[in-house]
Ligand binder design. Sequence first.
Ligand code: GLY
Ligand code: MN
Ligand code: MN
Length: 435
Amino acid sequence: MSGMTVYKRRRDELIKKLGRSVAIVKGAPEQTRSHDTEYPYRQDSDFFYLTGYTEPGAACIIDPNNQDHPFQMFVLPQDPKKEVWTGWRLSFEETEKKFGCDRAADIAEFENSALESLKKATKVYTNLNHNKDHHHTVLEWLQQVRKEVQRSGGGPEGIESLGAITHEMRLIKDAHEVELMEKAAQISADAHIRAMQASKPGIFEYQLQAVLEHHFVYEGGAGPAYTSIVGAGDNATVLHYVKNADEVKDGDMILIDAAAEYQMYAADITRTFPANGTFTKAQRELYDVVLKAQKAVIEAAKPGVPYKTLHELDLKLLVEGMLEIGLLEGSYDEIIEEKKYQDYFMHNTGHWLGLDVHDMGKYMVDGESRSLEPGMVFTVEPGIYVNSRSDAPERFRGIGVRIEDNILITEEGNRNLTDGVPKEVDEIEALMGRK
Ligand code: GLY
Ligand code: MN
Ligand code: MN
């Protein structure tokens, strides 16, 4: 399935779930970067998921009570003077055809059409995400309509989050989404290989960032799916190190957490490797603990497994490993109970991945960890971070290691979408030309 069919199938599913309620959905606003220049525009993920529409200034109404126009889109009208600056806009007829809507109209008509739809709806669903203004506007419309139709007993009872429906749908990727995520993963994996090959003492972190991001865009990606992290030495121990400003030193380990967004879908890859291409003994000891845990967690990921058991397994193996190499001391039980491992491992083992890098969808359902199902995609990303100020054994100080892959659950088990980039010690050393 491809093209507009996927969006129609999603809207049909949404319409079934709406019953007699209406969804009033707004596209993402443009964001100012400085003075009168904007950040590159990126559509709201839910809006995109339902429409496939990537231009700014749009909204849509999905209304099961509207027999003639269950799917209406509201877009910026054609305006030759503005189009000279920002590019051609489709006519309403072209929009209807291209996006399969029953009616396309000027965004200026959005309010009146929304008010009409609200009169017949039992509830209204809006995308809450980052667009607070839209939520307030819909609340005002709802109050207005309730006053108008009070005597006939109508008007929606309240506002619900559209995400309650769409985020559950987004959790299970369809074939079209898997294809795009495979492409995002492949571009990102190739970029990591190039960055490893370019690494050497004396290079700057931002130069490696440039190698990665050049490849993302060169291969047709929108750019990085999130701010690239390139940290050498102690910088690798800072979880969200995004300055990428320092020179790489001989003997450093380099941690790169960077990936492309491709046609709105994110990959999310981390690799850690020695700047000079050869692991020291201490680097390898730490690395092997993380690698062993990461591989075991991936091995354990299959349908029916509760998601939280992956983190539990990861934690167990990391703590056992840290005890073995002498990074942690004491009893296993005490380290777990008192969370002493948090000195070196302080984040979760992974997260859902899709249109958003930290993708939507609940991790718990009715108080229970949700079970893995075919079509789910998530990251597996254990790490150990020993910063230079730590009182850990000296040989481990200033080393941060994370290894992160993107895993698709299949009927049989799982598929690693990012296995195109090496993570075995021998493979990394060979790739960097030191073996
Ligand atoms: N790159 C963001 C994360 O790993 O969660
Ligand atoms: Mn991640
Ligand atoms: Mn990451």
